[in-house]
Every structure is written in C-alpha cells, then in structure tokens.
Design a protein around this ligand. Structure first.
Ligand code: PMP
Ligand code: GLU
Length: 400
C-alpha cells in the first residue's frame, strides 16, 4: 500500500463504546448459529408499542418526510414542556429545548457547547462509558470521583469538593445511574446542588432513566430542587429507555436559552434535524396514555427482584440495591486471580470475555465504567433469558 489516510490523534485515541462492543460480540456469536444470553447492552427487549409505530406510519403517509427545524419540531418541544410541567412541576420554554439524534447526541451537544481545552469535568465512578470519551473529544479533562460500594456508589458533596480546582467547570450527575441502578435521594441531591452553586459548576443531569424507578424509591429531578439550579443545569432525557425506542434516536436537552440556541446551531451544521418520522413517533409516545410505560416498568421490576436474588445467592457475588434503571453492577473481586475452565482470570474484562466464551453469557466489564472488580448485567432481557444466564453465571463461578 503506497498511501494510508492519516487519522487524527484525537480519533486514534478514542475508545469505542464498550457496551456496544460487547453487544456486537454477542451478535457475532449469535450469527454463527449459537445461542447467546445477552445481558450486555442496556436496551429494552420490548418492541416499540404499536400506537407509537402507527404514528410513525401516519407521519410518513402525511408527508412528514422532509427536513424539520434543526433543533426539532415545535409540536414535540411543546409536548416535552407539557410533560415536565405535569410530571415534575418544571416550567421550561420551548426555546430551551433541543431535540437530537438520541440522548447520546444531546450529551455530545451539551459538552461541545460548554467544554474546551483546560476545563475539568468531574465524573463519579462507575460512570456510563460515553461521558469520558465525549469530554476528551471536546478537549476537556475528566476528573474522576471515586465512589464506594459501601455507600451504594453515591458520590458525596465532600468527595466533589475535594476534587475541585480553579479549572473545574462541570459535574456529571447520572441519576438513576447507569451502570449501578443507584438513585440519589432528595437530601443527597441537595448537598450536591449546594456544592455546585457554591463552586459555580455546570451540572449535566442525565435523567434518561427517570421513569424506571422501583419499589418505594422516589425520583427527584435535579432542577426541581432550587430555581437557581436551572441556570446551570443541562438536563438530558429521551425516549430510548422509557418507550423501548432505542433505534428511533430521539433525545433532548433542557438548558438556558442561550445554550439551547448555540446547541441548535451546532446541530444545524453537524447533523441537521433528528429523523422527522421519529420525532412524530416520540410526540405520540409522550402525549398518548402512558399504560405501556407502566406495563414495561412492571416487567422490569419483576426482573430486578429476580436478578438481585440470584446475584446474592451466588458464591461471593454482591450488588447494591437497584433503585432505578435496568442494570445490576456486581462485585466479582473474590473470584479474580483464579482459574475458570483452566483459564486464569485477573480482570473484569477477562471475566466477561471468558463468561461469554465458556457459557455464552454476555455482560460488560466494570473496567469499562472505570471500576475494576465489577461486572454489569442489564436486566432489560426477558425473564427466561435472565434465568438461564444466571444459572450459567452460577455454574461458571461455582463449578470452575
Ligand atoms: N445516558 C445514559 C446514562 C445511557 O445509559 C444511555 C444509553 N444509551 C444514553 C444516555 C443514551 O441514550 P440514547 O442515545 O439511546 O437516547
Ligand atoms: N446506554 C446503553 C448501555 O449502556 C446503550 C449503549 C450505548 O449507548 O453505548 O448499554
């Protein structure tokens, strides 16, 4: 080969999404004809409810197949505003919303509009895989806040304060958490809000799992705590998880108006509008009766109880209570440094790869979330898959 197109340093150094990579590995094995028990990617196994699909078909039939305003259709912005007013008493204007190609894209817009070289962004571990890479792509520096399993992986106000420097610009708050399912209560959020206000931090509040809350846990949306927080919060949400619409790619931000304007302009140059048909589907999702959300939540809740019970029954495994989302993050430290099926396993990555190879169960290594010694299992899979997967995990660990 005489010529190789050079790749920029920043893209060369980029790590791909580990969750999507594990899911791709599982799919590859499946395509070779083998059964895989896939607990890797965080994606509801349900199909998108029929009334939402019908709204998309109707949108196509009625000619909503053209460019829309880059930051999204006014009807959907209005529906989002109404939903937040009804659900959380939060009053936003439609010009504070930008609708994007999934919440990941919303996060990307938010980070690229506010973070640049020299800025530090505080991220509690374990963190969702994309935050770090997006911050690095923007030229910012991720600063890790190490949380403890004994405190349910919650960051405390004191831990945040310890990491603050003159360069601190933003704090990432993922509530409920991917990958742990941890949920902050009102007091804990108030303590975090107090630091953010005193230290002048922007808060990126990723609340994409706000409708997946279990038992007696109560979700508190961050900007509801205090009006002053709205000036410094970029709130993230979308339809992927709540309505089983991962493939439709619709997410959004609430932010101060000037930030929304700039994010909309950025999007107008980079991607234009998110898919017009998906926007009409999302409009139906938000405005139609919410029975489908309640039905899916019931199923997730049953799975969450089942998974928690199975994990705690397996020798040496433990995981904190999952208050929300659909992930279990379990501790495998007792088993590292041992042989499984003749193979030495020292890291969570080796554990996950061998579990996939030897037992056809796909999970994601804790190291991808900045937390070695743990494994994430998504319980957005049906109960039969979960049952067989945990039988196999038990067999992998207990009969090695
Ligand atoms: N934030 C968190 C915490 C997530 O787990 C995900 C999962 N995909 C996203 C954002 C992005 O969601 P999407 O792009 O599918 O809307
Ligand atoms: N958020 C999901 C997960 O953590 C989807 C994967 C991704 O968007 O990277 O599994």
């Amino acid at each position: 080969m005489s010529f190789e197109i050079p790749i920029t340093k920043i893209v060369k150094n980029l790590s791909p999404s580990a969750t999507l990579a594990m899911s791709a590995k599982a799919k590859e094995i499946k395509s070779s004809g083998k059964t895989v028990y896939d607990l890797s990617v965080g994606e509801p196994d349900f199909v998108t409810p029929p009334h939402i699909c019908n709204a998309a078909i109707e949108a196509m039939k009625t000619g909503h197949t053209k460019y829309t305003a880059a930051s999204g259709i006014p009807e959907l912005k209005k529906a989002i505003v109404e939903k937040y007013k009804t659900d959380y008493g939060l009053e936003y204007n439609t010009n504070q919303i930008v609708i994007s190609n999934g919440a990941k894209h919303s996060i990307r817009n938010a980070i690229f509009t506010t973070i640049e070289i020299g800025n530090e962004v505080l991220i509690p571990t374990p963190y969702w895989v994309s935050y770090i890479e997006l911050i690095r792509l923007a030229g910012g520096s991720p600063v890790i806040i190490q949380t403890e399993e004994s405190n349910n992986f919650k960051m405390t106000a004191a831990q945040i304060e310890k990491k603050i420097t003159l360069h601190s610009k933003m704090l990432i708050l993922c509530n409920p958490s991917n990958p742990t399912g941890m949920l902050y209560n009102k007091n804990e959020l108030e303590a975090i809000a107090d630091v953010a206000l005193r230290k002048n931090l922007i808060i990126l509040a990723d609340e994409i799992y706000d409708k997946l809350i279990y038992g007696n846990n109560k979700f508190v949306s961050f900007p509801t705590l205090n009006n002053a927080l709205r000036e410094r919060t970029i709130l993230i949400n979308g339809v992927s998880k709540t309505y089983a619409m991962t493939g439709w790619r619709i997410g959004w931000t609430f932010s101060p108006e000037n930030i929304a304007k700039k994010m909309g302009e950025l999007q107008s140059q980079e991607t234009s509008n998110p898919c017009s048909i998906s926007q009409y589907a999302a409009l139906e999702a938000l405005t139609a009766p919410q029975d489908c959300v309640a039905e899916m939540l019931n199923a997730f809740s049953e799975r969450r109880n089942y998974v928690a019970k199975r994990i705690n029954e397996i020798d040496g495994l433990s995981c904190p209570e999952m208050g929300g989302a659909f992930y279990a993050f379990f501790n495998i430290q007792k088993h590292l440094g041992k042989k499984f099926g003749g193979v030495q396993i020292d890291t969570s990555e080796q554990f996950c790869l061998e579990l996939l190879k030897q037992k056809q169960v796909a999970t994601v290594m804790g190291s991808a979330f900045g937390c070695e010694g743990y494994v994430r299992a998504s319980f957005a899979a049906n109960i039969d898959v979960l049952k067989t997967a945990f039988d196999r995990i038990a067999d992998f660990i207990e009969n090695r």
